[in-house]
Design a protein around this ligand. Structure first.
Ligand SMILES: [Zn+2]
Length: 459
């Protein structure tokens, strides 16, 4: 479902009477890293992670500063980089600390191109040559200074139990194959240490996260098997309720977690599988945080107080993260970060219903939109994302925030964050607003790695 999933399915399916599915026009990917096919990725200088020649900044200049700034240390107030531009400072931060993105749907986007067989799906695009129809490829991961990526092994909740379990294992296999096909650029990472090691080697650490608790088929044995294959988080639901947890975008049935749902959380704690609370209902969030003895994650959610969308996180839940130790990784999905986009989608849904169309029938949406005389779709911007990041920081605290772009899980993205090459622009904007390098490092990856590391060793 790749390009249409987050907006056309994540929003259309299960949103009840609140929101309709989203945009079908793909915004495109104007920022191409421009590396010619076959050209090798820029190599990085050991331990610093600094590309030897990239983005126009002198490596000598960067190293002069970074050698006085150990990779894992705090920058503090005086980073010694005051004379650099914000863009240069952002590049230096992301060169020294791995940017950990919580959620990228490239595996499902590849499956959409060639079907369920993992070998065929992987062969459908040459990620080193650039894949302009996708948000993600290796040149743009490099340009975006992505240090570690949780690749989503998502499966639709429309699949039946057997289909969902089969699909999740196919997607896990696809990610493993992807790291084997691109060994110079991607490094399979099953722990925080392995992620840092891959980053230090100049590779994008490749982690796995399962989206949708339906994929375990109500079986703790399947859950444990996924963990053995390296899956480090599971989102408890997708757009629909599971048999044991309420989704944010379905009618409440359980009032949060069932007894078995609590058992799933405890087993995840025990085996070192992170509890991802994106997509779940606030009742499920609160139940899971109350039960979990490990820090939780929101791998791709923004703030409900800023944009009143059911996929976002209420303030009381953000306020509970310091006690839990977890992290909310702010996402870029336009209708989650822009109230104008969210309202526009409500209007579209009403128009479709009035016309006797099913707003959940997302294949028919482009045709309906082409003939709809409603208002033009508003545009979300990088500044909208900044507002969510800063609200999350204010409510949850600087130690409990991260980034989860949801690239290749949506068909449109905010202006300024069009594809995975654009992360540095976000950090540049934050530095320009007075964020310190240390705070940016926490947002970029230190917090997420701390949470991952806390669950690295099964008990
Ligand atoms: Zn999602």
């Amino acid at each position: 479902m790749g390009l249409e999933r987050e907006t056309s399915v994540e929003q259309a399916l299960g949103l009840g009477d609140r929101l309709v599915g989203g945009e079908h026009e793909v915004l495109g990917h104007p920022l191409d890293a421009g590396r010619a096919a076959g050209e090798r990725a820029p190599r990085r200088i050991p331990w610093t992670g600094v590309a030897r020649s990239t983005c126009g900044i002198s490596v000598t200049l960067l190293l002069r500063h970074l050698t006085t700034v150990p990779r894992a240390a705090d920058w503090g107030e005086d980073a010694g980089m005051d004379h650099l531009t914000a863009a240069e400072r952002a590049e230096a931060v992301l060169a020294a600390v791995p940017l950990v993105d919580g959620h990228n749907d490239l595996p499902w986007a590849l499956r959409n191109l060639a079907g369920p067989d993992p070998t065929s799906a992987l062969a459908s695009a040459d990620l080193t040559a650039g894949a302009p129809d996708l948000h993600t490829d290796i040149p743009r991961l490099r340009k975006g200074q992505v240090g570690a990526q949780f690749w989503s092994v998502y499966v639709p909740s429309s699949l039946d139990t057997a289909g969902a379990v089969t699909a999740v294992f196919e997607q896990v296999e696809l990610v493993h194959l992807m790291t084997e096909r691109y060994p110079d650029d991607l490094g399979l990472a099953l722990t925080a240490d392995a992620a840092e090691s891959a980053f230090a080697q100049g590779r994008v650490a490749s982690l796995l996260g399962a989206e949708g608790g339906h994929c375990i088929g109500n079986s703790l044995g399947t859950l444990r098997s996924l963990r053995r294959l390296g899956v480090r988080y599971m989102t408890l639901t997708h757009n629909d309720n599971t048999d044991w947890a309420d989704s944010a975008t379905d009618e409440a049935v359980h009032g949060g977690l069932t007894d078995f749902g609590h058992e799933v959380v405890r087993e995840m704690n025990r085996i070192g599988m992170l509890v991802d609370l994106s997509h779940v209902a606030p009742t499920t969030m609160r139940d899971a945080i109350a039960t979990s003895t490990s820090p939780v994650m929101f791998t791709h959610s923004s703030c409900r107080a800023v944009t009143d969308h059911p996929r976002n996180v209420p303030d009381d839940v953000l306020e509970s993260l310091p006690a839990n130790g977890g992290v909310c990784m702010v996402t870029f999905v336009p209708s989650f970060v822009s109230s104008a986009v969210a309202q526009w989608e409500l209007g579209l849904k009403d128009a479709m219903l009035a016309a006797g169309r099913d707003p959940r029938d997302h294949p028919s949406r482009p045709e309906f939109l082409a003939n709809w005389d409603g208002p033009p779709r508003p545009t979300a911007t990088l500044d909208d994302v900044v507002a969510h990041v800063e609200h999350a920081r204010e409510v949850a605290g600087i130690d409990h925030i991260g980034i989860g772009g949801d690239y290749d899980g949506v068909d449109a993205l905010p202006v300024g964050l069009e594809d995975v090459s654009r992360y540095p622009a976000l950090f540049t904007a934050l530095l320009e607003r007075g964020w310190s390098e240390d705070d940016c490092a926490k947002l970029a990856g230190r917090n997420a790695l701390r949470v991952l590391r806390a669950s690295d060793t099964p008990t």
